[in-house]
Design a protein around this ligand. Structure first.
Ligand SMILES: [Zn+2]
Length: 89
């Protein structure tokens, strides 16, 4: 695990490189909780000019799932779906 910043919300996070069949990162973020993120998605979200409108909401969706005992895997294919299917308080 290395100390760095969460690609989604930019809070302090531990990021570990984790391979299980395919390349993905495991992130433990102070704000989002714990989640997996695929390598292309990680690269895309580390560009600060991208995804500005969804970062905050996606962070809250991950946190909600984590609080419910689920560890989400975020990918470019599913992050919009996660946002759309999560009912936030
Ligand atoms: Zn985060």
């Amino acid at each position: 695990m290395s100390k760095t910043k969460c690609p989604i919300c930019n809070s302090k996070a531990d990021i570990g490189y984790y391979i299980e069949g395919r390349d993905r990162h495991f992130c433990r973020c102070n704000s989002c909780g714990e989640y997996y993120i695929t390598e292309p998605t990680y690269k895309d979200f580390t560009k600060p000019e991208k995804h500005k409108d969804v970062r905050y909401i996606l962070s809250r969706c991950i946190r909600k799932a984590f609080n419910e005992g689920k560890t989400l895997e975020i990918s470019l294919a599913n992050y919009q779906k996660i946002i759309n299917s999560t009912v936030l308080p």
